[in-house]
Design a binder for this molecule. Structure first.
Ligand code: MGD
Ligand code: MGD
Ligand code: SF4
Ligand code: MO
Length: 763
């Protein structure tokens, strides 16, 4: 079995190997190592933050092909110049000494790698793909992609897997993120996009936030919610922790992790009992209400309180405020979605929205909060295991025929749907998958039960990773190719509201690094399968994507780079042709979904929702407990998530000095009562142990968490990784992992953890 290389960093120009070896990558603070950033920039590039799905507008200051700072872009309407700490400091990554500027191959050197010429590296990758596919079949080579990539790149990744490699096995890191919401939205509404622009939050009388740490993870959204509050809105937060937003809310519902379906069934029960329903809307625009009403009959306030751990009085108060409001906005994020019944949780919130009839109107909205930069666009155009561009289905013969036509190939040559990202790991572990190309994904840190993931990667015959920093995952690779940072390429992404925006190129990739889409095309060329991979620009890819998406639900055909720039973004669906008598979308596209009387290509005038009858679906949501409940051996619930200063697997933010200073290491949050019982005080080392692994980190004793639950952020790797503990149980429909609940025990550790290697300590 191959071992990961033990390089804490790689030699790069500007920093000697010894320094990197001594301090490791996350201490090589970009801020301290930078050359003079004081003098005037040559250029201000209006673009967007590379991190979360809010996609705040900002200006990058550029000098000498280097990003030297950030300035506000006040005109961009979503954030009006505001940024969170990550947005302010994101510029420090581009000239970072750890930036990969050449290709590497695994070697028996002190760093574990040796430099390789770019062409030679690409040829090696192509030879490995050829060999594995001819010896073991096409599906034995898999692809993992990412939703931080531009939409053009995600489209190309789907096309590369399905047309060039003809493998069924491609999936993406949004599988860990948005898929429960996506599946729920498709089931209930027939379309997967935030239903409303964020301006609708301002007009809401009640804002209900479920399982979203808005102030830390979608910081700019906090401003919308607070503005609504200033206008009199009541804010309700559902979370096992009193998050920063919850500290300012009107009603806090401290749900026991994994019990949200019970809560929303209980709220609907009270809405029905008190007749807080929009009968006209239910009658004219939905189907399935009666079955749902029958299901929630059993969810009396008392039973709901017992299961959820929330006081009966609070449940009644939430139902009354929500039930009696004239306008409202419900939003949720991973807190209700990262579950083995994540889709049910999502559907249970949608039932409550539909029963109130408050959707598709000004001030009446519903949304899931997008996570990754392109969490929305990245799930629309064919890098999901069962998907083709335009939100089409790989299993649907008509959809296959259309896309194959655009690509100039026979539909019979398109593979059938493949397996999800975690199943790809299982197949790598069992030997069914022999080769893997991973781009924009760091599964060693981010997948659950990651000791298993490490083993799976070690068993691959060949693994190539494309990244700009040597990630924990790339250390398992045979070949590492230097890809592009967001600011080194142009394209589009689709942000949290469904608004397609432009990412502008600020600098060119250094050394041998290349725009990601060029690397993929170079591999296609080296494989001798160049057909369909001769794009000369991101714009050309976008123009093909427009055609490939035409007529699909995620229709981008009417969107152009110019139209985006003129309107501060265009909301999809935005077709370039509409049938006679149907007006084309406004210049800014379809800003709000489901407006009464609106036309869509599925309902064709029958109603606002994306089903042939135009009606939304109420779906029955029986409550199911989490996959692993607590017991005498593992008596405490572990839930995981984020802190404001770090992003996802931390491969980027753990390299940005000011952010590391703010949150240098993971801490286990626990309630004073639990701490007392366990003899733990603030700052103690504690060992958190599950059936899958252990993790020794510092404790922080906070009264903002349920006493039966501990919380650990997951942005660190090696022995600090929370995903050593988490369970790989998945939702049966969406295949999202259950990151938000597993059973652990916690004890005080006598000493600080000892790490066997720099890799264990620093990852
Ligand atoms: N600072 C920062 N911002 C980010 C990111 C980041 O890594 N760092 N990542 C981006 C991405 S990709 C994503 S997906 C989003 C994630 O954004 P969020 O989903 O808001 O963040 P999380 O911390 O994963 O979890 C949200 C909340 O769910 C709560 N929770 C845990 N279990 C349950 C439960 O069973 N029920 C309920 N109701 N709540 C529960 C947690 O206490 C937590 O406060 O953030 C995006 N923004
Ligand atoms: N325990 C626990 N685990 C979780 C979660 C949780 O709440 N709890 N949340 C889950 C969620 S919601 C998510 S979204 C996942 C995220 O998990 P990952 O997707 O694995 O995390 P990232 O840090 O985004 O990894 C992306 C990698 O791609 C690189 N990269 C970024 N942009 C680009 C680009 O444009 N081009 C190239 N070539 N590379 C790029 C980065 O350097 C990084 O190494 O984690 C999941 N894991
Ligand atoms: S991380 Fe998100 S909220 Fe913060 S500046 Fe970037 S896009 Fe905006
Ligand atoms: Mo995410």
């Amino acid at each position: 079995m191959k071992q990961p290389t033990h390089a804490p960093g790689l030699p790069v120009p500007g920093l000697d190997v010894e320094t990197i070896r001594e301090f490791g990558p996350h201490r090589a603070y970009a801020s301290e190592l930078r050359v003079d950033t004081g003098s005037e920039p040559e250029n201000h590039v209006k673009t967007h933050c590379c991190f979360c799905g809010q996609q705040c507008g900002l200006k990058l200051k550029v000098r000498d092909n280097t990003v030297v700072g950030v300035e506000p872009w006040y005109e961009f309407p979503f954030n009006r110049g505001m940024l969170c700490p990550k947005g302010v400091k994101r510029y420090l990554q581009q000239a970072h000494p750890d930036r990969l500027v050449s290709a590497y191959e695994r070697a028996d050197t002190s760093s574990g790698f040796r430099k390789l010429g770019y062409e030679e590296a690409v040829a090696r990758v192509a030879r490995a793909i050829e060999r594995i596919q001819s010896e073991h079949g096409r599906d034995a080579f898999a692809v993992l992609s990412g939703a931080s990539l531009t939409t053009e790149k995600t489209y190309l990744m789907g096309k590369f897997a399905h047309m060039c490699l003809r493998t069924a096995n491609i999936d993406y890191n949004g599988r860990l993120c948005m898929v429960s919401a996506a599946a729920g939205n498709k089931k209930a509404f027939g379309i997967d996009r935030a239903a409303n622009p964020w301006s609708d939050i301002l007009g809401a009388e009640v804002v209900l936030v479920a399982g979203a740490n808005v102030a830390e993870c979608a910081p700019i959204t906090t401003n919308y919610i607070w503005q609504a509050r200033e206008q009199g809105a009541k804010v309700i937060v559902v979370d096992p922790r009193i998050t920063p937003l919850a500290r300012t809310c009107d009603l806090f519902l401290p749900v026991k992790p994994g019990r949200d379906t019970a809560l929303f069934n209980g709220i609907l029960h009270l809405m029905i009992e008190n007749d807080w329903l929009d009968h006209d809307f239910i009658e004219s625009s939905t189907v399935g209400f009666d079955k749902v009403a029958a299901e929630v009959k059993a969810w009396t306030p008392r039973r709901t309180a017992q299961v959820t751990g929330i006081a009966e009085k609070s449940i009644r108060q939430a139902a009354e405020w929500w039930g009696q409001a004239k306008t409202s906005f419900l939003m949720h994020a991973r807190g209700i979605e990262h579950h083995s019944h994540g889709v049910q949780n999502v559907l249970s919130t949608i039932n409550v929205v539909l029963a109130s009839g408050r959707i598709g109107r000004k001030g009446c909205g519903y949304a899931t909060i997008t996570g990754q930069a392109n969490g929305q666009g990245g799930r629309e155009h064919g890098q999901k295991c069962d998907q083709l561009p335009g939100g089409r289905d790989l299993g649907n013969p008509e959809h296959r025929a259309y896309v194959a036509g655009v690509w100039g190939m026979s539909p019979d040559d398109l593979p059938q749907p493949g397996v999800d990202a975690y199943e790809i790991m299982r197949k790598a572990h069992s030997g069914e998958i022999k080769g893997l190309l991973s781009i924009c994904f760091n599964p060693v840190v981010s997948l659950p039960d990651n000791n298993f993931v490490r083993e799976a990667l070690s068993r691959l015959d060949f693994f190539v990773a494309i990244d700009f920093f040597m990630s924990e995952t790339a250390r398992y690779a045979d070949v590492v190719l230097p890809g592009s940072l967001q600011e080194e390429d142009e394209g589009t992404v689709t942000q949290v509201e469904g608004r397609i925006i432009r990412i502008q190129k600020a600098v060119t990739p250094p050394g041998d690094a290349r725009a990601d889409w060029k690397i993929i095309q170079d591999i296609a060329q080296a494989l001798g399968r160049p057909q369909g991979f001769a794009f000369e620009s991101a714009r050309q890819i976008f123009d093909e994507l427009r055609v490939a998406s035409r007529g699909g639900v995620s229709d981008y055909s009417g969107v152009t780079y110019e139209r985006i720039e003129e309107n501060f973004g265009v909301f999809w669906p935005c077709p370039d042709q509409t049938p006679e008598g149907v007006p084309p979308p406004a210049p800014e596209g379809t800003v709000r979904l489901f407006e009464p009387g609106s036309w869509n290509p599925v309902a064709k005038g029958n109603g606002p929702f994306y089903f042939p009858d135009g009606r939304a679906r109420f779906l029955v949501t029986p409550y199911q407990p989490p996959a692993e409940d607590i017991d005498a051996d593992y008596p405490i619930i572990l839930t995981t998530g984020r802190v404001v200063s770090h992003f996802l697997s931390g491969n980027q933010t753990r390299r940005i000095g000011p952010l590391v200073d703010h949150a240098p290491e993971p801490k286990c949050e626990l309630h004073p009562r639990l701490a007392n019982k366990l003899g733990i005080v603030e700052g103690d080392w504690v060992t958190v142990e599950s059936r899958r692994g252990t993790c020794t980190i510092k404790a922080t004793v906070v009264s903002t968490i349920r006493p039966d639950t501990v919380f650990v952020p997951y942005h660190w790797g090696g022995r600090k990784s929370a995903n050593q503990l988490t369970i790989s149980a998945q939702d049966p429909i969406s295949k999202i992992p259950e990151y938000k609940v597993c059973a652990v025990r916690v004890r005080k550790a006598e000493t600080a953890p000892k790490y066997a290697s720099a890799l264990e300590a620093q990852q």
